[in-house]
Design a binder for this molecule. Structure first.
Ligand SMILES: *Cc1c(COP(=O)(O)O)cnc(C)c1O
Length: 375
């Protein structure tokens, strides 16, 4: 075997994304340093316009992080103390943390076979729940859109607002509609490993509603509509011009990067044939951007160890569902049928290496190891 066959394959590698566009990113950083403008301004406005065009959303408001994007989306919708917001437990803890950060109460719903909020579990929870439910946050987990038509129909029937958590789904679509354009308002994260990643923190709220957009621009900056005059109580959550400039460079490659993730996923699908592992289920009509490529194994931890011994790094998103984490256990409300699928997923899921710069030789290395470890 060659030396290269032994070099470990990382699960993700944000530095490779930087190096792939190093000259342009370095030039963008220098441009901001030289501009003298270090808060909001042209660079952030240009990124907002370019990202809005990419996802097909009329308005985009860049903020400090994905968590802040969720918080500001909820605040813009007027959600606060006493309100109930439904979402999932098999997600980044930020989804649920955001609900409590605005003073609202999370009610967590089970997931379907594609790891999205399960419309049947949602319907049961809505029937069993009193009237303070104000909104539902659907998470497009792992890069695959949730079952939006069914979720929207249930929410509309009850007059609930629909928030999309698009932190893992930049560029995903369902029946031709972009993630972030299906509900009332959407939150994106630019955490470095996301499909579109900054070199630091960043987030964005997208909406088709001009009134919400106007409120968000005020909320992210002390409630200002006019400088030094706070119209509403706001906060401080702004995307840095430095990150905006970096994201503008990386956005140019996002469509290609997503296609590369899909090609890697297709290679994994073929490579898993004849093993004990099944490829992840795809939702009909969905354009899955494979933030993660997730398989399930009843002996997940052994599988991870065997892959690691062969130099293949994996990650588990998320080993403990939010409702069983120390901060939330016994305290957050759950759908009446319980969260059996979320609990099973947390015990079984494992994410294989996937990022745009993963090359074909590395993909073959992952597949050979999988075929060895999961016969
Ligand atoms: C990353 C992520 C967030 C939080 O984003 P930050 O930028 O880290 O605050 C929220 N929801 C989901 C589903 C995520 O993956």
């Amino acid at each position: 075997m060659t030396q290269a066959a032994f070099s470990p394959v990382p699960q993700t590698d944000p530095r490779a994304g930087y190096l792939a566009q190093k000259a342009e990113i370095d030039a963008a950083i220098r441009r901001v340093l030289d501009s003298g403008r270090y808060i909001l301004g042209e660079e952030v406005e240009a990124f907002e316009a370019e990202f809005a065009a990419f996802v097909g959303a009329p308005h985009a408001i860049a903020v400090g992080s994905g968590t802040d994007a969720l918080v500001l989306a909820l605040r813009a919708l007027g959600i606060g103390p006493g309100d109930v917001v439904m979402s999932v437990s098999h997600t980044a803890v930020a989804t649920v943390a955001a609900i409590e950060l605005v003073g609202a109460l999370p009610l967590l719903i089970d997931i379907d076979a594609c790891y999205g909020l399960d419309p049947d579990s949602l319907a049961a929870a809505l029937d069993a729940t009193p009237r303070q439910v104000k909104a539902v946050i659907a998470v497009h987990l792992y890069g695959q859109p949730a079952a939006m038509p069914a979720i929207l129909a249930l929410a509309r029937g009850r007059g609930l607002a629909v928030v999309e958590d698009c932190a893992q789904a930049h560029g995903a679509t369902l029946d031709g509609r972009g993630a972030g354009t299906m509900g009332d308002i959407a939150a994106f994260s630019f955490y470095p490993t996301k499909n579109l990643g900054a070199l630091g923190d960043g987030g964005l709220v997208a909406t088709g509603n001009a009134g919400l957009a106007d409120k968000l621009r005020a909320l992210r900056q002390y409630g200002w509509r006019e400088r030094y005059v706070s119209d509403i109580p706001g906060q401080n959550s702004r995307l840095d011009p430095l990150q905006a400039a970096i994201l503008r460079v990386k956005l140019q490659r996002l469509a290609n990067d997503n296609r590369r993730r899909q090609a890697i996923a297709a290679a994994y699908d073929r490579g898993l044939a004849g093993t004990s592992l099944a490829p992840p289920k795809r939702r009909a009509g969905g354009y899955h951007v494979f933030h993660q490529y997730v398989v399930e194994s009843p002996r997940r931890d052994e599988l991870r160890e065997a892959l690691r011994a062969r130099g293949i790094m994996t990650l588990v998103h998320y080993p403990v569902p939010v409702h069983l984490q120390p901060a939330y256990r016994g305290r957050v409300a759950l759908a009446p049928g319980g969260l059996a699928r979320s609990e099973a997923a947390a015990a079984r899921v494992v994410g294989l290496p996937i990022y745009p710069q993963l090359d074909d030789a590395q993909v073959r290395q992952v597949i050979a190891a999988l075929r060895d470890c999961a016969r």
